[in-house]
Write a protein that binds this ligand. Structure first.
Ligand code: DGL
Length: 260
């Protein structure tokens, strides 16, 4: 398999759709001199309710394509990570492949025996990887796992903070409004874009945890370790690409709306 070991090569960031833009933003903040190429498979999003074999096929196909020119790959997608990160690391053993997983560790550290609500895709919550995370980090916690596919759909339609999102979350999170959790894990990269609506639906200021910053830090650490950071004096860039080009304005607006 061909992969770039050239430190001037771009870093590819992949998501099923627009959610990974939040990760892109964190990577840009931490590594401003890098060439960043984001790809959202918006023609095939959402991934979260597809059969695992289907998700796997899509992730492997796009990863192979992106790694023809990239020196590293960030799976800015919890679902793609849960389904395919191990196989990708076997296929590209010399390339940094950075995955994401629901931020259960910080969320379960908020107090002694917390109740933690984990919002993620059905695929992420049903994979063995998640059971494993729960075994390690959630021994003393009560964990509620709720798939929230319509958050993905609404974010993809540019409706992250909208009456439609409020209506969906009010119903989905009604039991937690009566009895709020101590922490919420946003285990899908689309969900931080709906943070305001999630807090409104919960009716109080519960701490929210997502993996975007940690993923950016892990990427920086791996690139430094492998001698793959951009050469000194490099001017960084961001390129947004998508399998459905009609979603490019959405990707651009999500990237620009939050300050860098
Ligand atoms: N953004 C993705 C994640 O982090 C998946 C959303 C989807 O396509 O269902 O899990």
């Amino acid at each position: 398999m061909t992969t770039q070991k050239n430190n001037a090569a771009p870093i590819a960031l992949f998501d099923s759709g627009a959610g990974g833009i939040g990760v892109l933003r964190e990577v840009k903040k931490l590594l401003p001199s890098e060439q960043l190429t984001f790809f959202g498979d918006t023609a095939n999003a959402p991934y979260g309710e597809r059969p695992v074999a289907d998700i796997r096929r899509l992730v492997l196909y796009h990863a192979a394509r992106l790694l023809e020119s990239a020196k590293a790959l960030v799976l800015a997608c919890n679902t793609a990570t849960a389904v395919a990160v191990e196989e990708l690391r076997r296929l590209y053993p010399r390339t940094p492949i950075i995955g994401m997983e629901p931020a259960l560790r910080p969320a379960t550290s908020v107090k002694e025996s917390p109740t933690v609500l984990v919002l993620a895709t059905a695929a992420t919550l049903h994979m063995e990887k998640f059971d494993h995370l729960e075994e390690i980090y959630a021994k003393n916690a009560t964990v509620f796992k709720i798939p929230a596919p319509n958050i993905v759909r609404l974010v993809e339609r540019g409706l992250s903070d909208s009456p439609e999102m409020d209506a969906y979350l009010d119903t989905l999170l009604a039991p937690f409004r009566r009895d709020p959790p101590d922490a919420v894990v946003l285990g899908c990269t689309h969900f931080p874009f709906a943070s305001a609506a999630i807090l409104r639906a919960l009716g109080r200021n519960v701490p929210l945890f997502d993996g975007a910053k940690g993923t950016a830090r892990e990427l920086a650490r791996r690139l430094a370790k492998e001698g793959l950071l951009a050469p000194k004096g490099s001017v960084g860039s961001v390129t947004l690409t998508a399998s459905d080009p009609r979603s490019l304005p959405l990707l651009a607006s999500l990237y620009c709306e939050t300050e860098i």
